[in-house]
Design a binder for this molecule. Structure first.
Ligand code: ATP
Ligand code: MG
Length: 374
């Protein structure tokens, strides 16, 4: 028995009548907003904009520079010219936002479920729940039969803990910038919802790998439901930048710039020493090899734990631009799953509005688009 939460057609139609929604992704390296309208047939991009955040605005998931965030959000709305000041926000950077799996007895009354999940959350979230907002998503409800024939109904839940201080600091900045939050969601949930239309269906698990600057996670999605999340924190983009900075003895800003150039065309970058370019290309290649290997392991673990084959694997986040990451992972998986970079422009009407922003700012708008689609 699987609980379903996909919106019905009439719900989608109702949403359309409510007008457009702005999805706002607040990430470590930028703020991105996309205004869309959703009809039963299509998601249409109306407006989009992104503003990069200076390094140090966030560090280790904690907001360090409120003034910089407020300024970036103000600039985002000023240049984005969104028709509303309400925004549907997604946050997801570790360790401020954590998702843990749990199995609990399924209880019909929401208040009883809340209580039983609260006890589990206290055990599973690393610092306890005192300093966290706790919420949960029911991924599955099923019957189990014990050896003596007793039938118990259980629920698999994804418990979410969000650090109170960090979330409140972010929301203070949002309000101060004149934006009114209409909801706060976890990036992994929004992405899982977004790929629903390409779901591989029941009995098959799809994966969404979000490769960010401080957070890398793989979300498992079964039959349009977020089921679980695996962390791959060691592959956070800023760690590769840090490695390059330490190896070459250069600042993190310089290392980031060197990392992002097109290493297949080193002759286009005469201002860098050829041996430095060579070292960086080597570091990126070794990094990709380990990332692909670990993602393979993650996909296999996920399939094994859930007892299901893997259907599609979607890669998203800035680091999904690592050269040939999707074909390399596909080859590593033996061609058994379809691997692709999640390209939001392929999923919407008026993709040129997203393309223009990404070209200008180099920011990945996928999570912002996902946040705008409910
Ligand atoms: N071509 C590229 N090759 C390798 N890494 C890249 C490339 N382009 C961007 N990145 C990396 O992607 C990361 C930014 O990704 P993204 O914008 O998804 O993160 P974020 O949303 O700001 O952070 P987080 O989600 O962790 O809070 C940076 O570490 C950046 O260096
Ligand atoms: Mg992100």
């Amino acid at each position: 028995m699987r609980a379903r939460a996909s919106p019905s057609k009439s719900f989608a139609e109702m949403r359309n009548s409510m007008g457009s929604v702005v999805g706002l992704d607040i990430g470590t390296t930028g703020v991105r907003a996309v205004e869309t309208t959703t009809s039963a047939r299509a998601v249409t991009v109306r407006r989009a904009h992104a503003v990069p955040l200076a390094s140090g605005t966030f560090s280790e998931g904690v907001l360090r520079d409120r003034t910089a965030l407020v300024a970036a959000l103000r600039q985002l709305w000023r240049h984005g010219r969104f028709r509303t000041r309400r925004a549907s926000i997604v946050v997801g950077s570790h360790p401020a936002v954590l998702i843990r799996p749990a199995t609990v007895d399924w209880l019909a009354a929401r208040a009883d479920m809340d209580a039983i999940v609260a006890v589990e959350a206290d055990k599973r979230l690393p610092v306890g729940t005192k300093n966290m907002y706790v919420d949960y998503h029911i991924a599955d409800v099923y019957d189990t039969t014990s050896e003596d024939g007793d039938v118990r109904t259980q629920a698999s839940v994804a418990v979410v803990g969000v650090d109170k201080v960090t979330l409140e600091a972010i929301l203070d900045c949002v309000w101060e910038a004149g934006i009114r939050p209409s909801g706060v969601d976890v990036t992994a949930f929004a992405l899982a919802r977004f790929i629903n239309q390409a779901s591989s269906g029941p009995g098959v698990v799809d994966a969404v790998v979000n490769l960010g600057a401080t957070t890398v996670t793989m979300a498992a999605v079964v039959d349009k439901q977020f089921v679980a999340e695996l962390p791959f924190g060691q592959f956070a983009g800023e760690n590769l930048t840090q490695d390059i900075s330490l190896n070459l003895g250069i600042s993190t800003e310089e290392a980031e710039a060197l990392k992002l150039i097109d290493h297949s065309q080193p002759q286009h970058h005469p201002k860098y020493q050829p041996e430095d370019l060579h070292d960086v290309a080597q570091a990126i290649s070794a990094w990709s090899t380990s990332l692909v290997r670990e993602l393979h392991r993650g996909v296999s673990d996920m399939a094994h734990t859930l007892g299901m084959p893997v259907g599609r694997v979607w890669l998203t986040g800035g680091e999904s631009r690592l050269p040939n990451l999707a074909p390399r992972l596909s080859a590593e998986l033996g061609g058994s799953s379809r691997v692709a970079v999640l390209d939001p422009t392929a999923w919407v009407s008026h993709p040129e509005k997203l393309q223009a922003v990404t070209e200008k700012t180099d920011q990945d708008l996928t999570s912002a688009v996902a946040a705008s689609v409910r």
